[in-house]
Design a protein around this ligand. Structure first.
Ligand code: ARG
Length: 459
């Protein structure tokens, strides 16, 4: 069935029919479509357009269509252009001509915008649940090795000692921002377009506030012309999912490095790795590589959709049909990638000895400079002095910490016996007692704060 055709002399070209159709992907909006149609039916009844018995017939018919979908018994027809057409066609088969009254005062333009917003609101919650699981895995990992020392890197060069707790929580907070973003997107999606009809608003006395309350929307769109074409929520959703992709990709990259034999800080559980068909000794981090790789499509979906949006004139244009595949694809990608990453983190084996053995003595260089600062030397000068010590140690082919006190004093008289304390990793960690730092107290506070943020969101 086609929802239009009265003014046409010819039927549509087969290829055009295929080109135009969106059923293949928008069929997953069936729940939202039926729900919004039920609400619209009640609105029409309240506006006096449908009698009580007509409304009942339509609602019963829609319930039957919904159960056919739920039981996988719904049969699509070759001519069903999209999910809206398919539902209305089936409703007509079940209840007859009265089904033709459902679309009174409504257009597919406000219908699809409503369905898609409902879907987005619901999907944001689903993604948030998956993120929370990953965050819980990171919190558990942080808790188990909160104060376990490891080398910290900048520019991928060993820089200062940190702890496993600091490292794992550094991947918790970006996800927390992702959750905040998704819940803002959810809020923005929650503005009801239904009642805007094709572009100028419905001419029937529909109470849009009642529709919004019935469908669980927070507000009602202010302008019918804007409402039917506003896909900002979809673009923001794609940005939020792209950002999650980038966060997962960075975490993946780091774990791929840490699990290489050169680092050897962690090893991935067998369940989350795969073998090589040629090299028997290999255990490949494919799950992490795929997560890193798939971030490309998440970013691509965002840029693709923004490009689709940018040239559109007022109100609905068919270009907007493109919105769905981008969001479905980004969602499907994350609905797999997030739980896989949770599994990787919760089964990760951490090699404590390898991490602490990898803390090179030169990682104490900043602490030596700070030591001189405590003796009243300007930091720039202290930086230069320690630089000279590093050079001297390098020339002698030994570690910074192996220099004798005499050798240190040959460069600065300010070094005394107590300089040796700066080489103590534990003390170096404890000295960073600021909020967000590596001291055990700071880490306790951070861990608690991470747990509180999660609990607040769950509440
Ligand atoms: N399948 C269309 C979409 O997803 C539904 C809206 C069609 N509206 C129209 N005026 N042809 O965007």
């Amino acid at each position: 069935m086609q929802l239009w055709g009265g003014r046409f002399n010819k039927s549509t070209d087969k290829l055009v029919q295929m080109f135009n159709a969106s059923l293949e992907f928008d069929r997953r909006l069936y729940q939202e479509d039926i729900t919004a149609s039920c609400t619209w039916t009640k609105g029409l009844e309240r506006a006096g357009i449908l009698t009580n018995s007509e409304a009942k017939t339509i609602l019963n018919g829609l319930a039957k269509v919904r159960s056919e979908f739920a039981e996988n018994k719904f049969i699509f027809h070759e001519n069903d252009e999209d999910i809206h057409t398919a539902v209305e066609r089936r409703l007509t088969e079940i209840i007859g001509a009265v089904a033709g009254k459902l679309h009174t005062g409504r257009s597919r333009n406000d219908q699809v915008a409503t369905d898609f917003r409902l879907w987005t609101m619901h999907t944001c919650s689903k993604l948030i649940d998956h993120i929370i699981k990953l965050q819980s895995a990171l919190i558990e990992s942080a808790t188990n090795n909160l104060n376990t020392p490891m080398p910290g890197y900048t520019h991928l060069q060993p820089a200062q000692p940190i702890t496993w707790g600091l490292w794992s929580l550094s991947h918790f907070w970006p996800l927390q921002r992702d959750i905040q973003r998704l819940s803002q997107v959810q809020d923005r999606a929650s503005s009801l377009p239904l009642g805007s009809a094709a572009l100028a608003g419905t001419s029937f006395a529909i109470d849009r506030a009642e529709l919004a309350a019935d469908l669980g929307f927070n507000s009602i769109s202010e302008n019918s012309l804007d409402a039917v074409s506003d896909r900002d929520f979809a673009a923001e959703f794609l940005f939020s999912t792209a950002m999650i992709g980038v966060h997962l990709s960075r975490l993946s990259e780091q774990l791929i490095l840490f699990s290489s034999s050169e680092f050897g800080f962690v090893s991935l559980d067998d369940a989350y790795t795969t073998g090589s068909s040629l090299l028997p000794q290999k255990k490949n981090p494919d799950t992490l590589e795929l997560t890193r790789g798939k971030s490309g499509r998440l970013v691509g979906n965002l840029t693709g959709f923004l490009t689709t949006l940018k040239g559109l004139p007022s109100a609905y244009d068919k270009d907007l049909q493109e919105d769905k595949e981008y969001l479905f694809n980004s969602t499907d990608t994350l609905i797999l990638a997030l739980p896989v990453m949770s599994g990787v983190i919760s089964t990760l084996n951490i090699n404590i000895d390898k991490m602490s053995d990898s803390i090179s003595p030169t990682l104490s260089a900043t602490d030596m400079a700070d030591y001189l600062v405590h003796k009243g030397i300007p930091f720039r000068e202290a930086h230069g002095i320690v630089g000279e010590l590093v050079l001297l140690a390098e020339k002698q082919g030994q570690d910074l910490t192996a220099l004798s006190l005499d050798e240190m004093q040959s460069i600065s008289q300010h070094f005394t016996e107590d300089v040796m304390e700066t080489f103590d990793i534990q003390k170096a960690l404890e000295r960073r007692a600021v909020i967000g730092g590596t001291s055990s107290k700071s880490l306790d506070i951070q861990l608690q704060s991470a747990k509180d943020s999660l609990a607040n969101f769950n509440a």
